[in-house]
Write a protein that binds this ligand. Sequence first.
Ligand code: DX5
Ligand code: ZN
Length: 229
Amino acid sequence: MTFNRSIKIAPSILSADFANFGMECQAIEAQGCDWVHVDVMDGHFVPNLTFGPATCAAIRPHIKGVMDVHLMISPVDAYIDAYAKAGADVITAHLEAGPHIHRSLQAIRGAGAKAGLALNPGTGIEAVQHLLDMVDLVCVMTVNPGFGGQKFIHSQVEKVRALRAMIGDRPIHIEIDGGVTVDTAPLVAAAGADVLVAGSAVFKGGSVQNPAPYGDNIRAIRAAAEAAV
Ligand code: DX5
Ligand code: ZN
């Protein structure tokens, strides 16, 4: 994974057909996405359940590019190795998931993955200052994590702008997760985000049998974001 700040579209397979993950991953990559975003939920840190490392390992061969694993789980440390072995390129843990985020980020890099740090909408960026040399990505949640298809929380745009200023020239991605559409992508791109996660806005209207709408949706979000940079 080489670092750059160009706009990257990362469809969340939370909005894919759960009976067809492999083909869905192939379809979104063929339709022009950059990363594949995998939302891991434990029914404890967030009020929803998705999938574990075995599912990640099963879909890995169907992804040519970056597998971006978002852990919405607590505790997190005991599972980091399993997701790294499953082939995650990026593993993101939440600041709010426990008292030892510093240790979790160390463990992620120690397992050979890029380290991501996610912040819930109610969390400030102050702690990031002390973790800047340990993170490859900061994920700003623009919905409360747990479900796809929620409304974008506009107060987070200012947070992205402040985070972008804090990061300066460091090779750290800013990822946006939740409620990204053609209307909200320009706001966060202009504020300094480069990785845009989008679930419902990418998968709407398409299917593995009819994947062309995925491409239309990806191109529309990318164009809206790039026009704002
Ligand atoms: C929310 C997840 C997101 C979500 C995005 O808890 O982390 O990745 O699936 O879905 P949309 O784009 O539909 O808001
Ligand atoms: Zn996510």
